[in-house]
Design a protein around this ligand. Structure first.
Ligand SMILES: [Zn+2]
Length: 392
């Protein structure tokens, strides 16, 4: 491969190489970095010196001796930098301040003042500044701000193309935020934000091909193909919830019939329970009560969870046949649906996937925290500003 690029581009590539190795393997010595990057010792020493000077890397403890003196191990200075992550919801903002490992330093959850774009952007700016100030961390060490939201997003342009919840079309979120914050901003679909965070520090750290499937109010998928988020032609890839589970079946929120989401997302589970069992047909009926009924031995509810889990399993088998991932991570508040739902899901996935494709497939349920979406959003800007390789 011929690398076109000047010295500074090559330096940026080497810098990303070193930072990603330290992210994946933890502390490493200079010699080991040179071996793994296949760069010369002099080149590694140069890149490392620059990273230390700029505060990205620190020299830590000594490693096991390899012949002569024990090597000094290098680590990423995870706590020396921070990022803001924002999850925009239909009625609220979840805002977190994280370190470089997307560990939460401070967080806030606020109701939206307005869904009008300029007002909402202003609220994001106010909340981000307030969090930074309250934490006492330096604004100079803020890597930037990541925003995750549902809908069709153009991450290259930083534009929300369409948001069904906020009724936005073509809102230049990144430009509006960067003008006010004077820091880098990255906008993406919320499921892709989660997938990015999984790729950096989660189950996907060592995987090149995997899917993050979110279950909850809706069902979505973030697809990582050859180490990159797969977006499709117009940023709409991964709408797993609107793949057809039953042609001509139940009406979906999207207006079409028979979508997976109309059977297996949480609102659909509640709706079906109400239809089937009159005792649940009351105004305020919540998922917690549905799960209580299942735990209490309600056979009808258990059957409903099993059917819905199996439908998700079939959809995942189709996804496995199309993408052949090595790993599927299940995330989202729907993880609380538990074994009554995910047991049948996994069984059905393995039964229906094409011979051999699911044999080595790992399936993990991610323990869910309310700030996971916003942490994912912080991961977006950390990925872009710290770990991404420059485009040639
Ligand atoms: Zn649909």
């Amino acid at each position: 491969m011929i690398l076109k690029g000047d010295q500074s581009t090559i330096r940026s590539i080497n810098r990303a190489l070193v930072l990603n190795l330290l992210r994946q393997h933890g502390a490493l010595g200079r010699n080991e970095l040179a071996e793994r990057t296949r760069l010369s010792s002099a080149a590694v020493t140069g890149v490392v010196a620059e990273l230390i000077e700029q505060g990205w890397v620190i020299e830590g403890r000594s490693g096991p001796p390899r012949g002569g003196r024990p090597p000094v191990l290098l680590e990423i200075a995870y706590d020396a930098w921070h990022a803001v992550g924002v999850k925009v919801m239909e009625d609220a903002l979840e805002v977190v301040l994280t370190n470089l490992r997307t560990e939460v330093v401070a967080r806030n959850h606020v109701q939206l003042v307005s869904t009008e774009p300029h007002a909402l952007i202003e609220q994001v700016v106010v909340e981000a500044r307030a969090l930074l100030e309250a934490s006492g961390r330096s604004p100079e060490r803020l890597v930037g701000l990541g925003v995750g939201m549902a809908g069709v997003i153009d991450p290259a342009e930083g534009v929300c193309v369409y948001s069904p919840f906020l009724h936005w079309q073509e809102v230049p979120v990144r430009r509006l935020l960067e003008e006010k914050l004077s820091r880098p901003v990255h906008l993406d679909n919320d499921v892709n934000a989660l997938a990015t965070a999984e790729m950096l520090f989660g189950w996907g750290k060592d995987a090149c091909n995997f899917a993050v499937v979110t279950v909850g109010r809706g069902i979505g998928a973030g697809l990582v193909v050859n180490g990159e988020i797969y977006r499709g032609a117009s940023g709409g890839a991964g709408e797993l919830g609107h793949t057809v589970s039953e042609a001509g079946g139940r009406l979906c929120e999207c207006g079409k019939r028979g979508c997976l989401e109309a059977y297996a997302a949480e609102p659909a589970l509640l709706a079906q329970a109400k239809e089937r069992f009159p005792e649940f047909n009351r105004h305020r009926f919540q998922i917690a009560e549905l799960l209580e009924a299942a735990e209490g031995g309600h056979e009808g509810v258990r059957a409903l969870l099993k059917e819905a889990g199996e439908r998700l399993g079939v959809a995942l088998a189709n996804l496995v046949n199309l993408f052949n991932p090595e790993l599927i991570v299940i995330a989202g508040e729907g993880v609380r649906l538990g074994a009554e739902f995910f047991g049948p899901m996994e069984q059905s996935l393995r039964q229906n996937a094409f011979n051999g494709l699911a044999r080595d497939l790992e399936v993990h349920l991610d323990p869910w925290g309310d700030d996971a979406w916003a942490r994912g959003a912080a991961g977006l800007i950390i990925q872009r500003e710290v770990f991404a390789r420059p485009l040639l």
